[in-house]
Design a binder for this molecule. Structure first.
Ligand code: 13P
Length: 295
């Protein structure tokens, strides 16, 4: 069933857990997200990032996301990730998305605040929840440029707790993405999460908090972040890599057999789908942080 972003994060708050938000720029990732939620019994957030428009257009994927979420037995929020253009956001809202993120993190504070407030008003008129980001992760979602080293090397600006309090109040957003040491893309070394930054934000801000750059982090750090108030974790890069590896090993297997058999495209998509279900299911359970399944 389709669930609003605000409501799904309230469920996370009540259970001291985080909801996994998986990007779905392919039918395999879309199906794997919903199937993993149904198999594990936890809610999930199914996301489309504006940066993935060239990989999978919103017009093609959005209606499929909403339709499969509506008929699922799992609680699914269909969410627009890292949207920089309000006209693009409106298109997703008109398709029936129940969550959206406005990303003004590369804009000056005043522009981020003004556009976040406009996005909140627009989202709420569609009964959709709004996420905005304050501070900056440095690297962007999608593509080579996202692959930084540490957050500092990627040019991150950690979220300031006092500014966050004022930002939440002035914009009427529903959940806040903050920067505290994670980066998008593959980690080159160990991620160094700044839990003191997160704890300060939590003490000043009452809305649920979001961790981007959430794949590639240790289970211990996930648990610490959730206990410190993270309620939504965005996860993409490592799952996409595992699925890519699964498809490559199918090709390698066929070629190594020297049977002369062709490699069929559907063999690769099935292998990728199966690997994604396995990975997403285990991630959903880790983010549940000990909470019992809800369905
Ligand atoms: P990763 O690149 O760490 O998977 O993060 C994804 C993300 O934050 C999407 O918004």
């Amino acid at each position: 069933m389709l669930v609003n972003l605000r409501d799904i994060c309230a469920i996370a708050e009540q259970n001291n857990m985080a909801i996994a938000s998986f990007n779905a720029p392919s039918m395999e990732a879309l199906r794997a997200t919903i199937d993993a939620a149904e198999q594990t019994g936890y809610p999930v957030i199914l996301s489309h990032a504006e940066a993935h428009e060239s990989v999978m257009p919103l017009d093609a994927m959005g209606p499929a996301m909403v339709a499969l979420a509506e008929r699922s037995s799992a609680m699914v929020c269909v969410h627009l990730d890292h949207c920089e253009h309000l006209s693009y956001m409106r298109r997703a809202l008109e398709m029936g998305f129940t969550g959206a993120m406005y990303d003004g993190s590369m804009e000056p504070y005043e522009v981020n605040l003004e556009n976040s407030a406009r996005a909140a008003a627009m989202c709420h008129s569609f009964d959709c929840g709004l996420e905005s980001e304050l501070g900056s992760m440095g690297s962007r979602e999608g593509g080579e440029s996202a692959e930084g080293g540490t957050a500092e090397e990627a040019g991150a600006v950690y979220t300031d707790s006092d500014q966050a309090r004022a930002f939440v109040k002035a914009t009427d957003l529903d959940i806040l993405a903050c920067s505290f040491g994670t980066v998008h893309g593959l980690y080159k070394g160990e991620p160094h999460l700044q839990f003191d930054v997160l704890t300060k934000i939590r003490s000043r801000v009452k809305v649920p908090l979001v961790m981007h750059g959430g794949s590639g982090v240790s289970d211990e750090d996930y648990a610490r972040a959730i206990d410190a108030g993270i309620r939504k974790i965005n996860y993409y890069t490592y799952g996409a890599k595992y699925a890519g590896d699964a498809a490559v090993s199918v090709v390698d297997g066929v070629r190594a057999s020297a049977s002369g058999k062709p490699v069929y495209w559907h063999d690769l998509t099935v292998a990728a789908y199966e690997r994604l279900v396995e990975d997403f299911s285990s991630v959903i359970k880790v983010f549940a942080n000990g909470a019992a399944p809800l369905a």
